[in-house]
Ligand binder design. Sequence first.
Ligand code: KIV
Ligand code: ZN
Length: 514
Amino acid sequence: MSEKVHVFDTTLRDGEQVPGCQLNTQEKIEIAKQLEALGVDIIEAGFPISSPGDFESVVAISKAVTNPVVCGLTRSVEKDIKCAAEALQYAKRPRIHTGIGASDYHIKHKFNATREQVIERGVAAVKYAKKFVEDVEFFAEDAGRSDNEFLARMIEAVIAAGATVVNIPDTTGYCLPEQYGAKIRYLKENVSNIHKAIISVHCHNDLGMATANTIAGVINGARQVEVTMNGIGERAGNTSLEEVAMILNTHKLGYETSIVTPKIYPLSMLVSKMMRMPIQPNKAIVGRNAFAHSSGIHQDGVLKNRDNYEIIAPETVGVPQNSIILTARSGKHALKYHLERLGYNLTKEELVATYEKFLLIADGKKDVDDDDLIQLMTGTKQTGNIELVQLQVTCGTSSTPTATVALKLGEEIVKASEMGNGPVNAAMRAVDKILSEQLDLEEYLVQSNINRSFDTAKVHVRLCHKNKSYVGFGVDTDIVTASIQAYLNAINKIYSLTSKYLVEEKPAAQPASA
Ligand code: KIV
Ligand code: ZN
């Protein structure tokens, strides 16, 4: 029988502290509801005294969710605790998370206090929080760099004062997994009343060890993990929820969580989009390439049996399908797989001949998409034929961003104007208006290519249409033009498959015949 590890999600508190990632209350409610559906046990909804917006969000989340404990952060200060208690008044299961520094760095240079004084303040805070709620979590900030003997005394005192959960943060992301695990074990073995509280691990990723440290903590006795979606958080981030959940799921270590794993990927995308924080392509579990196989040997192995190169089935975490990317390094098996997907069933001989033609195309391209395969099979290039004819934007500090776009749709030219929250948004909205579509922009990345007199912007977009993702690229010296070119590039791929605005053009040069 596995032991339960509680998942404490702090995306909306520690995660939201990242500059530029702030959410409004409505967005926080949406994420909190999805976290509830994901199965997290505790949602840290904010730091109520820090701003009226945070206070309001903690109130709103308390009302919006039913099952998870809702938690509010405080310093070891009475006015913070009172404020958090007020913000949590509607929570079905409220928790106050209070604490103070535990390392000598914090004790001396942050509080100008002594070790005994910070213990006293921590104890007083827990006792005060207990007047409002039963469930009180205590954090010993910078515990990663604290002296274990002192930390054990502090933890024993706060448990005696009523703390139900004791959080041992590696605030600076300093610890090695072995050290951090040993710290948790030390507390398990040396705090006489430790059985009265749950030990929680809260790690930061400054040295890339947050997940490893969290798992080391669990193996050594912690039963709560503090995590964020996509590992979002200050500096290099916090421990990522999806990594810990999937490690405990994949390795049978004797622990389980309540995470509904197929909901991981959709929520990861939602958080990335709402927080405007793109996910690195090679991010474990949720990165665009996490399940993408491009080398021939791997593709062949995956197509024979996915277990050959995949330790997690993509559907387990809600990724729609494994991506076998077609490049010049792909083998015949990968080509056959994609052709069959598009409805072309070839004999062995036909496949050999088609593969040679495929290599001619693939040699000249980064990757080969469905349009190229259709062209390969029919000798006909089928592309959506939406072209940008005109783009004009007005923006700046004293005007509402407005864009006028004219598109050539087949033979027709259609024009529309729209306003938006910026010039790119306004121009994309104008395109949507012309096409009578509302496309779901999943990713938008801009890279600058600085070349003095000819600086260009390279824009990458990813759109979602009927549960499938389409990428588009655009390059221009004008960032809005590059963005709309990328947008149309992705839209043309969608329409080439649905045959809307489709034109057929003979390719300039036919590949050698089979
Ligand atoms: O990293 C940290 O120490 C924290 C505490 C406030 C829990 O986020
Ligand atoms: Zn933290």
